[in-house]
Design a protein around this ligand. Sequence first.
Ligand SMILES: [Fe+2]
Ligand SMILES: [Fe+2]
Length: 270
Amino acid sequence: MTCINILIFGDVVGKIGRLALKKHLPVLKDRYSPDITAINVENLAHGRGITPGTLQEMSDLGIDIFTSGHHVWENPQGLSLLDSKDWQTRLIRPLNADPKSAGIGYCVKNIKATNVIFLNLQGRLFMPQEVSSPFLAFDRFWAQTVPQYPNPLVVIDFHAEATSEKQALGHFADGRAGLIYGTHTHVPTADAQILEKGTGYITDAGMVGAYDSVIGFEKNSSIKRYLEDSTAPYELESHGRAVINALLWTVTIDKKGENQLKLIREIIDI
Ligand SMILES: [Fe+2]
Ligand SMILES: [Fe+2]
């Protein structure tokens, strides 16, 4: 029986998120022996996108794949990384973003004679940035791109706000994608399941970031936005403990469709 283990983290938020991975990733790697490790980097550099230093820091930890979302466009330093041929083998942004945007929407890692294709899509409901239909983008991707790779296994980071849109895409891609996991809300959901036609699914993998916070941001600055001034800036929480949410997906590649999801949630001192 040949298995592939993929260890997935959702949005890694700011310095606390990066420090938490630096401290705890070796523990998780020892425990779960992942073949591939992936993180979402849209909030990596102080909550807004990526910089060469922060991305390299994560690569040096042994992270293989970097997915992203709408915040990745906000840091100008990130745009050249998205366009860099070196990084494009492992750094992606939503496929259904404006085609003129920097970067590409998928990357491929060959492991155990399987082409593991990471695809990044973004939702449209309650999201700040307009993108084309993730459903039609997936259909086109499945028809035109996936057949170019023998023994494909498609893993989708669906970066979206609405649980309904995420579940709908899950069922839409059921039996085609191997795994669909949500990112963006920073809060993990308890709905991991294997869908009817065998696809692994979870609405959100949750973040790696400050534990005592509002989705990684300083709680009082966040409360202030609701009480007084909805335009007040968010401040990143940079103190206290960290929460690590992750997902271990194990797929048996010689028994088609057999796969399981394990949720991981740990709170650590930094
Ligand atoms: Fe995020
Ligand atoms: Fe996001």
